[in-house]
Design a protein around this ligand. Structure first.
Ligand code: PHE
Length: 338
């Protein structure tokens, strides 16, 4: 009874007092242990009444200990989370735009001045929009498993794949509208290549399309010439080399004078003074017809470039993998650019 009163009035102010309480009553040499040892030697009749009283006493001691333990603990953690409003605040880190977004924006801004709008389309494409409408013969090597990530092989209705270029958006645009068309198609594209400093299984493109009456190769050259002066600076030289794409005829690849060494020879241009930046050509009349456009009345040009390549040149980045690794030490370097 004396102990019961002591337990009931117990009110620790710190963990040490509580621990003293635990050792005194609940410890291996504590009061409760002693009482239960004595209890073994009482007569069976006494055991019945005394047992109940002792048990209640033991439960009271345990509950008292447990509830003070919990309240002391919650007090302690509460103190830690309490905010001292007088302390100076923590600075919030400012993010930065991804270099590929910066360059895409810059490309789009330049072409906007020439009246180009922006069009988008799905990254999962069917065979028609990615290949067939673009005049790819069925046996064309670009359809090979090596380049294309197929999602579904379907001989009857056409395969489903991740788009390998954003030319598919050009097809969708021409199918769904009437000329003139003047638009850019930026977006992510996929090719089944081993990942290295120079290749990745996905990258970003900006393609462009201009279809109207009397669009000529001269328009193509002047448009791209203007673009390069704006992006890489006045005086950048261009040259066109004949090339082949199934969807353009004639086709060309465009080189610019190396923006890094200014033509004197460096690693980027492999000492040649020139770097290739895009593919282009006059839209093949077959493609226009496939998209429901009169190929005898309308002509057009198209071009396509990899944003990674342009970004590499602009910022002298030598490893493509940096673009997708999200290393803040790399990304932070573009903080000052808007
Ligand atoms: N679609 C081509 C590619 O992905 C680029 C291109 C577009 C070439 C338009 C010519 C005309 O490589």
């Amino acid at each position: 009874n004396l102990y019961t009163a002591e337990i009931k009035s117990f009110s620790p102010t710190n963990a040490d007092e509580l621990e003293t309480f635990r050792i005194k009553f609940l410890g291996s040499k504590g009061i409760i242990k002693d009482i239960f040892d004595e209890f073994k030697s009482v007569s069976p009749e006494e055991k019945r009444t005394l047992g109940k009283v002792l048990n209640e006493f033991k439960v009271l001691a345990e509950q008292t200990y447990q509830s003070f333990k919990e309240s002391l603990e919650s007090q302690a953690s509460g103190a830690e989370t309490q905010i001292d409003a007088t302390l100076p605040g923590e600075g919030i880190e400012i993010g930065s735009r991804h270099p590929l977004s910066l360059v895409r924006k810059e490309i789009v801004e330049i072409f906007k001045k020439l009246g180009f709008s922006v069009a988008e389309g799905p990254e999962i494409e069917d065979d028609w929009h990615n290949f067939s409408a673009l005049n790819f013969p069925p046996e064309h090597p670009a359809r090979d498993m090596q380049d294309t990530f197929f999602i579904k092989k379907d001989a009857e209705n056409g395969d489903i794949a991740l788009r390998t270029h954003t030319s598919s958006v050009q097809v969708r645009m021409m199918e769904n509208g009437k000329p003139p068309f003047r638009a850019l198609m930026p977006g992510r594209v996929y090719r089944n290549e081993a990942i290295s400093a120079r290749a990745h299984c996905f990258f970003h493109q900006v393609e462009g399309l201009y279809v109207d009456e009397n669009v000529s190769f001269a328009d193509l050259k002047q448009t791209l010439f203007y673009f390069v002066q704006e992006l890489f600076g006045e005086g950048t030289k261009v040259r066109f080399r004949p090339s082949y794409f199934p969807f353009t005829e004639p086709s060309a690849e465009m080189d610019i004078s190396c923006s890094i060494c200014k033509g004197s020879g460096c690693q980027m241009c492999k000492q040649s003074g020139w770097v290739e930046i895009l593919g282009c050509g006059m839209v093949d009349p077959n493609v226009l017809e496939n998209c429901g456009i009169d190929g005898t009345k309308f002509t057009g040009f198209a071009f396509g470039m990899g944003i990674e390549r342009i970004t590499n040149l602009k910022y002298q980045i030598r490893d493509l993998r940096l673009f997708s690794e999200n290393d803040v030490r790399f990304l932070k370097q573009f903080q000052s650019e808007l």
